[in-house]
Design a protein around this ligand. Sequence first.
Ligand code: CTP
Ligand code: MG
Length: 231
Amino acid sequence: MNHYALVPAAGTGERLGGQTPKQYLPLNGKPMLFYSVQRLCASPRIKRVYVVLARGEKWFSQHDWKAFAGKLTPFYCGGETRAASVLNGLVAAKAEIGADDWVLVHDAARPCLSTELLDKLLDELGGDSVGGLLALPVADTLKRADGAERVQRTEPRENLWQAQTPQMFRYGTLTRALQEMQNREVTDEARAIEGLGLHPKLVVSDARNLKVTHAQDLPLAELILKSMERA
Ligand code: CTP
Ligand code: MG
């Protein structure tokens, strides 16, 4: 069984704002997308890395990706939603990937994935029939708000997890799941797999694998990346 990685990078980064999509914003001098690509390309366990870019976008080609030649394939086939971008990328890679091969979908906006977490995911899911995802048990106390930002009640956090990426599923199953869920709200691959009645495995991650969503996350990601370099 081969492993492939697919990096959706066709978003506009609306919550972060600005003219440049967040995946191209500099972190310690390199575009955010560089870090996910570098980590996935460096793994000898991953055969090829696909990035899904917005159709006709002009940012990707402004950076130097030569270090990953031979392993990195860009597809300019992004869709309206993350799920559509992932599905378009899977369809574009159809000729190269077998139905039973594994696909690891990883956000361009999660630049701080460590080799240790990547290997942990691959180790824990290698023999799994469904696949799964990196995720983090919720640590904070959870409040349900009313419409006026006042606490309505406290929600139990027992058995609640925050989903991260990579999310790792079989090519055939994931493609079918995303096709069947095309008209539904699907914000990660696991949700689509759940729609087939399957139960993805949760692999304990850590908080450093954060998704850069708001501007305040940028300096935090830079600090984490620096600390990872030193380690
Ligand atoms: N993504 C994508 N295609 C879309 C939307 C999102 O490939 N139509 C990608 C983003 O580029 C990102 C990942 O999915 O790497 C996670 O999405 P998110 O963090 O929500 O990024 P954006 O959608 O760009 O940000 P926002 O929701 O703030 O607009
Ligand atoms: Mg989004």
